[in-house]
Design a protein around this ligand. Structure first.
Ligand code: PEP
Ligand code: MG
Length: 882
């Protein structure tokens, strides 16, 4: 099949639908060419070729270079330039571009095609010898670096020598003769380290460059990036070969990067940066801090006073055209060569969560997209960013910032300073909160950027690698804070005459660019406006109900504000850990006869009742599923000598007695041991106490006109007999309480179970005869289906993901093909014998967009997740329904 796709005036083979095959960049270059935008001609080598290259362990696909040879001929004809020509040579760029954008993660080579002959041609053609030799030395350097892996520092050394010889310190001050000598010196460096001459045949250069791009698909940084972003299932990268245009041909040339709208806030303002007399990489690499595009109209060249105005107007026209065409925010790269504007790339712009929400809403208002498209376009998980705290304005007023950088990615972060990516990874794994502080970040730093609480750089603009990557993750980032002097080796920074070390805490505000000493206080966000609009749309389109996992009135209230329609899981054990309760709990556990146990339980009852009243009140009118005690009892006892002595003292028993009971409760596999409903089978009095507390709390609420809607949930059921016994006991307890309280109103307390054990799923038709509802406890269900201990899985999971044994962590995102089968089966069987059964999920998966999609598909009635994920769930549920 076809391996190479041409784009240019002659013909354009690809189009925007071919992202899988041509990569995002390749497909859009073809597309932009087709809609008449000024794109330098070139061609794209398919991702299939990269796949073949990897599979053949580094052998180029057969026939590829023949096809390339043919399109190079077409390109020569169209441009009127020839590879290696001594009059008007064709030069090309070679860039990567996968179906999913991976900014900065793979290789790029510019100025390819220059050799000892064509450099003279380029000098003659442009009348600019300095420029030609500068381009040539850049090629040798980049080529050596990327293709042959010659250390960049060897080239730097050679450059320093030349600069010294001519008594200059800036690259741009080296005279032409110096650059001619530099080319020679670079060739020597190349030869010394590769044992070969720098290749003079452009086709040979091209072949090796293509190969280098293929190879970079499997570089460490590219692999890390894909792991962090969860990118799987791609074939590889495409390779884009495009005729060069030069942004570094003088003061009437330049290069830039822009977003058609602000990617941080979403504001509908063209938003970009450019550098005069520079090549593309100079902007994104963050080496020089560029100028904002809004200042472009002021740009004047000696030979063209209105150049800035002209190019700016052209860019604005292109913005309109691109947004109308793609109906989304575009992230573009452009170059101006001697006053003429060229488009080098466009892609859907990465944006923060807040920006995604605002852009979606405004595009609906502008009638560019409809409501459903808007909903589909917001990554549900990114909504978290709108719920994060920001720095308290009052606190900020009192402090003055150390310096102000660029607001590269919003949020409020604080932490101790870490100076390398490795350090950031290590210290955050050890539990410290760190800020990664770098001059500029390079793609090698992705792991460190990911683990840090925030990122602070001293150079680079809003479109630098650090900024783009941070925004993609919703990670707080301040870039280009030029006032900061970083001493990486000494592990300290200097700013405003003060020094801060790895032990000091700084706070950074990614929404304003401000940097503060110490830890700033934060405030909760106000949710309204566009966020509320998106939630309203989501509620209109979703079928799934959304509940929350909460076990305190405060969490319940917050979840309700986020839109929860009830509690799907209230874990009662959390309520036993506070204050005096733990004592009563321990007394209950340590009791060795029923009487003592009941005495201790009696003490616990009022606590539980009060807790439930608080939660019922917060959830007034909404269902509250209370799960009975679940963890093994030994979890409530101390395991160290001192702790045991303390318990013994406060309960006035012998330490040896505590020790004996702890030893007795020890289990080799506690997660498979005496827990869940098994506790209530052995100690029915625990269930009786809890159900009594629930019922009394409901009655008390009703008397106060609070509409309590309790549901009793029995955990870890594996057989219908367990549930039959415990359901009967629960029902009897409810009746007893009603009678004792002489309450004649209706409580309608439902009694149901969790499906967490594969056997319960397999026999769901039986279990359903005793259950008013099922709630899938997919944490345990995953644990028991895979046989992976959920508490120890991190000992091997990273290897499993790394080696692609598993695509993702099954405890985060439901394993739809395995665990999902059990869920689907239980849904079907449960409904067979109990047409009225209510079905929900309360494992961690209930807040994961992909898992929510599955829950929608198998027909659950609701999902339940932690309060902060409720908005995510609302949106994900709508997306599943669209
Ligand atoms: C579950 O197992 O999915 C569940 C929700 O219960 P827990 O996490 O408390 O075991
Ligand atoms: Mg469980």
């Amino acid at each position: 099949s076809k391996m190479v796709y041409y784009f240019g005036k002659t013909r354009t083979d690809g189009d925007t639908s071919m992202k899988e095959l041509l990569g995002g960049k390749g497909a859009n270059l073809a597309d932009m060419t087709s809609i008449g935008l000024p794109v330098p001609a070139g061609f794209t080598i398919t991702t299939d070729c990269c796949d073949q290259y990897s599979k053949a362990k580094g052998k180029m696909p057969k026939g590829l270079m023949d096809e390339v040879g043919k399109v190079v001929k077409t390109l020569e004809k169209e441009t009127g330039k020839k590879f290696g020509d001594d009059k008007d040579p064709l030069l090309v760029s070679v860039r990567s571009g996968a179906a999913v954008s991976m900014p900065g993660m793979m290789n790029t080579i510019l100025n390819l095609g220059l050799n000892d002959v064509s450099v003279v041609g380029l000098a003659n053609k442009t009348g600019n010898e300095r420029f030609a030799y500068d381009a040539y030395r850049r090629l040798i350097n980049m080529y050596g670096d990327v293709v042959m892996e010659v250390g960049h520092e060897y080239f730097e050394e050679a450059f320093d020598k030349i600069k010294k010889k001519y008594g200059v310190s800036l690259d741009t001050d080296v005279p032409t003769q110096g650059l001619v000598e530099l080319v020679d010196a670079y060739k020597k460096v190349y030869k010394k380290h590769t044992k070969q001459d720098f290749p003079q045949d452009p086709m040979h250069q091209l072949e090796l460059a293509i190969e280098a791009v293929f190879k970079s698909w499997d570089s460490d940084k590219a692999i890390s990036y894909r792991r962090i972003e969860g990118i799987t299932g791609l074939k590889g990268t495409a390779v884009n070969v495009q005729s060069m245009v030069f942004g570094n041909m003088g003061d009437d040339s330049g290069t830039g990067v822009a977003f058609t709208r602000n990617p941080s806030t979403g504001e509908n303002k063209f938003y970009g940066e450019f550098l005069v007399n520079a090549q593309g990489e100079d902007v994104v690499a963050g080496i020089r801090t560029p100028q904002p595009v809004k200042d472009m109209p002021k740009w004047k060249a000696p030979n063209d006073k209105t150049i800035g105005k002209k190019v700016h107007a052209e860019l604005m026209a292109i913005k309109e055209k691109l947004e109308k065409h793609y109906k989304d925010v575009q992230d573009i790269e452009f170059t101006i060569e001697q006053g003429k504007l060229y488009m080098l790339q466009t892609r859907n712009g990465k944006r923060t969560g807040p920006a995604a929400v605002r852009i979606a809403c405004e595009m609906v208002k502008e009638k560019l997209i409809d409501e459903k498209t808007a909903l589909k376009r917001i990554p549900a998980g990114d909504l978290t960013q709108l719920l994060l705290p920001s720095f308290d304005p009052a606190g900020k007023k009192k402090a003055s910032p150390l310096c102000v950088g660029l607001p590269a990615s919003p949020g409020a972060a604080f932490g101790k300073l870490a100076f390398t990516a490795e350090e950031a990874v290590e210290r955050s794994h050890a539990g410290e909160q760190v800020l990664l502080v770098r001059k500029e970040t390079s793609p090698e730093d992705v792991d460190g950027m990911h683990s840090a609480a925030g990122i602070l750089t001293s150079t680079g603009g809003m479109t630098s690698h650090a900024a783009v990557v941070a925004r993609g993750w919703g990670k707080c980032c301040v870039a280009g804070a030029g006032a900061i002097e970083i001493d990486e080796k000494g592990r300290k920074i200097k700013v405003g005459g003060k020094t801060y070390s790895h032990k000091d805490v700084l706070s950074i505000d990614g929404s304003t660019g401000e940097v503060y000493a110490g830890q700033m206080p934060t405030v909760e966000p106000k949710l309204g406006g566009d966020f509320a609009t998106v939630m309203k749309w989501a509620d209109k389109h979703r079928r799934l109900g959304i509940r929350t996992n909460a076990d305190s009135p405060a969490d319940s209230k917050r979840a309700r504000e986020f839109g929860a329609e009830g509690i799907g899981l209230c874990r009662t054990e959390h309520m036993f850990f506070e204050g005096d309760r733990i004592l009563a709990m321990r007394e209950m556990i340590l009791a060795d006869n029923l009487e003592d146990r009941e005495k201790a339980l009696k003490k616990l009852l009022p606590y539980q009742r009060k807790d439930f009243e608080g939660i019922f009140k917060a959830m007034n009118g909404l269902p509250v599923t209370v799960r009975l005690l679940d963890p093994p009892l030994h979890e409530f006892l101390p395991h160290d000598k001192k702790g045991q002595a303390d318990v013994a003292r406060s309960l006035a028993i012998k330490p040896a007695e505590v020790e004996r009971r702890v030893a007795q409760l020890h289990e080799a596999n506690p997660m498979l041991g005496h827990r869940g409903c098994r506790l209530s089978i052995t100690y029915p009095e625990i269930l009786t106490m809890q159900v009594t507390a629930i019922t009394e709390a409901a009655i008390n609420c009703k008397k106060k006109k609070v509409d309590a809607r309790a549901e009793v949930m029995i955990p870890l059921v594996g057989t219908v007999q367990e549930l039959a016994i415990l359901r009967a006991l629960a029902a009897e307890t409810i009746e007893n309480v009603l009678a004792a309280k002489k309450y004649s109103g209706k409580l309608d307390i439902l009694i149901g179970t969790m499906i967490e054990i594969p056997r319960a799923a397999l026999t769901a038709d039986e279990v359903a005869t005793e259950a008013d509802f099922f709630s899938f406890g997919t944490n345990d269900l995953t644990q028991m289906t895979f046989g992976y201990s959920r508490d120890d899985v991190n000992t091997f999971l990273p290897d499993y993901i790394g080696q692609e044994v598993l695509e993702k962590d099954p405890f985060q995102s439901l394993d739809t093909s395995g665990v999902g089968q059990l869920v689907a089966m239980a849904v079907e069987k449960g409904r067979q014998t109990n047409g009225k059964i209510k079905l929900g999920i309360c494992g961690e998966h209930g807040g994961d967009p992909a898992s929510i999609n599955f829950c929608h598909k198998v027909g659950l009635d609701y999902v339940s997740c932690s309060p902060f994920r409720v908005p995510i769930a609302r949106l994900a549920a709508a997306q599943a329904a669209l």
